[in-house]
Ligand binder design. Structure first.
Ligand SMILES: C[S@@+](CC[C@H](N)C(=O)[O-])C[C@H]1O[C@@H](n2cnc3c(N)ncnc32)[C@H](O)[C@@H]1O
Length: 202
């Protein structure tokens, strides 16, 4: 089964399975946009984070590989009367020019090692010099928890791995935390995550 088939099955419900409110970390650290600033939310699912970024004043591109997710993201933006460019796209091969975005926000996106390298390299390329990279994902300590995420240790993130991936960036915050998740019916309860806030060098 392809990734889009897998995820379309999950999104085949009127419910927003990850909720309509943004991820707590993205909400906490995203600055208000200056005029015309752009943001990219890859693998944005039903659009909760892309819509929040639009609320913060960014011109937002939200993408996901699952058509049903993108349809729900468009509906959420319309419900909030916000403008979001939501489109179906593979975040491993994104159809955008390098240095396009002032901010990239990644939330709970987990790939196997080789694809994760491609994903991070693509995101880094798309970020403008001086742009802000925000990420929250699960660590291996999440595996015994029931609050979401994959169970494959190779797909989990770590502060050490992100420190290497973002070497040369100005890392403003990088921490592994245990926190209580309350982000839609699929993300409930104690979780083990890593949080990153980093600026691309100019
Ligand atoms: C755990 S969900 C997280 C959704 C969203 N970031 C959130 O936190 O609400 C992972 C998302 O990644 C999407 N996805 C998986 N593989 C993808 C790919 N290659 N390109 C774009 N999206 C992908 C899925 O369709 C799904 O919406």
């Amino acid at each position: 089964m392809s990734a889009s088939e897998f995820w379309n099955q999950k999104y085949q419900t009127d419910e927003y399975i990850f909720g309509k409110a943004p991820n707590d970390f993205i909400k906490a650290v995203t600055p208000l946009a200056s005029a015309q600033e752009t943001a990219y939310a890859p693998a944005d699912g039903e659009g909760r984070n892309g819509v929040f970024l639009a609320h913060m004043g960014y011109q937002v591109t939200s993408s996901d590989i699952a058509e049903l997710a993108v349809a729900k993201a468009r509906a959420l933006a319309a419900e909030k009367n916000l403008s979001v460019n939501a489109l179906v796209a593979d975040c491993l091969n994104p159809p955008f020019a390098d240095n396009s975005f002032d901010l990239v926000a990644v939330c709970f996106m987990h790939f196997r090692y080789e694809d994760n390298v491609l994903f991070m390299e693509a995101n880094k390329r798309l970020l403008k010099p001086g742009g802000l990279f925000i990420l929250e994902g699960y660590t291996r300590d999440q595996i015994p928890c029931n609050s979401g995420g994959p169970k494959n240790p190779d797909m989990m993130l770590s502060a050490e791995g992100l420190c290497q991936t973002f070497s040369g960036y100005d890392i403003q915050l990088l921490q592994e935390v245990r926190r209580n998740l309350n982000e839609g019916p699929r993300h409930q309860g104690m979780a083990a995550t890593v949080q990153l806030l980093a600026k691309k060098p100019i």
